[in-house]
Design a protein around this ligand. Structure first.
Ligand code: 13P
Ligand code: SF4
Length: 320
């Protein structure tokens, strides 16, 4: 029976398929990396699972010929930029990101040029072309640390996520100029329905990803990246947690904390599975098998763009 927040698809789970993937992985000398929002069965088979920061860090260290990035396109691009000599595959090339798409590189460059005295800080959820006009990249896991490392009087442009940027402004006292972008999944959680859930479970702690809107950040017991929310849940005494981020994270939360109760927060539209990122869920075990078999779809990045985009990513990794 499917449990709440279950990301698996039964038709994908045949034993033969898993064995085939493991055999192909060995033949190709490949490593399978997966984000916490991937389907359960992909997280189960991956060599490495993590948040965006951990995936970037891990890509830097990988000793294999092939990286299969089970995540969305910008995660594959980041791995390719950091490891230009490796083949980076993605099971479904349509696995994009609404937040990255909310920042058109041409428009963003105009914005940057209009503010020449500003340092440009971009969230990792951006295209390589946006990173190429960025001074330093951040993830939700290190944004505060990176911003705190900049001089207090430095003028900063922050893009593309207005909710994460607003959160960082609120905790650092900065007044960064924010790009008006957002993630369609995190932007549509319902505060009213989450407050009702809290009334039914008064002891529950509310865990909120900083891509969510400000009112949700304000009622949170913890605001943080997927990895930070996991760590909080593992170390906190509470039994019940309302999880206000993409529901794929429930798999690792339940695996790490078997005795605890994790509830997926509801979105505004009660009818839709809105706490699922449909881009993340495009990757399936079948497509994972196919990409290892066919060595495609492959992530490529224009070398001239990659040369400029690698600097702000490495600057971030050197800091955290
Ligand atoms: P994390 O950096 O917390 O892994 O989040 C990535 C993401 O896409 C959030 O929607
Ligand atoms: Fe992008 Fe939002 Fe999906 Fe994360 S959950 S990959 S920010 S669309």
């Amino acid at each position: 029976m499917k449990k709440e927040g279950d990301n698996s698809s039964a038709e994908n789970r045949s034993e033969g398929l898993v064995e085939e993937i493991l055999r192909l992985k060995k033949e190709r000398n490949a490593v399978i990396m997966a984000h916490y929002y991937q389907r359960d069965e992909i997280q189960e088979i991956a060599d490495f699972i993590g948040d965006s920061l951990a995936l970037a860090r891990q890509a830097q260290k990988i000793d294999a010929d092939v990286i299969v990035m089970c995540g969305v396109h910008f995660m594959g691009e980041t791995a390719k930029i950091l490891c230009p000599d490796k083949t980076v595959l993605i099971p479904d090339p349509e696995a994009g990101c609404s937040l990255a798409d909310s920042c058109d590189p041409v428009e963003f460059e105009k914005f940057v040029k209009a503010h020449p005295d500003h340092t440009v800080v971009s969230y990792v959820n951006t295209s390589a072309a946006v990173k190429a006009v960025t001074d330093i990249v951040v993830t939700s896991g290190n944004a505060r640390k990176v911003i705190d490392s900049l001089p207090a009087d430095e003028k900063i442009i922050f893009g593309p996520d207005k909710n994460l940027g607003g959160y960082i402004n609120s905790v650092t006292g900065r007044e960064m100029l924010l790009w008006n972008g957002a993630c369609h999944v995190h932007d549509r959680f319902s505060i009213e329905r989450i407050q009702e859930m809290k009334k039914e479970h008064p002891g529950a702690k509310i865990l909120v990803h900083p891509e969510c809107r400000r009112p949700l950040q304000l009622i949170a017991d913890k605001v943080g990246s997927t990895a930070a929310l996991l760590e909080f849940a593992a170390n906190d005494d509470a039994q019940d947690f309302i999880v206000v981020t993409e529901s794929g994270i429930l798999f690792e939360m339940r695996r790490k904390c078997p005795g605890k109760n994790f509830m997926a927060a509801p979105a505004e539209d009660a009818e839709c599975q809105c706490n699922n990122c449909e881009y993340m869920k495009l990757n399936t075990l079948v497509k994972l098998r196919d990409c290892l078999r066919d060595m495609k779809p492959e992530i490529t990045v224009d070398p001239e763009i990659a040369e400029r985009a690698v600097r702000p990513i490495e600057r971030m990794l050197a800091l955290s």
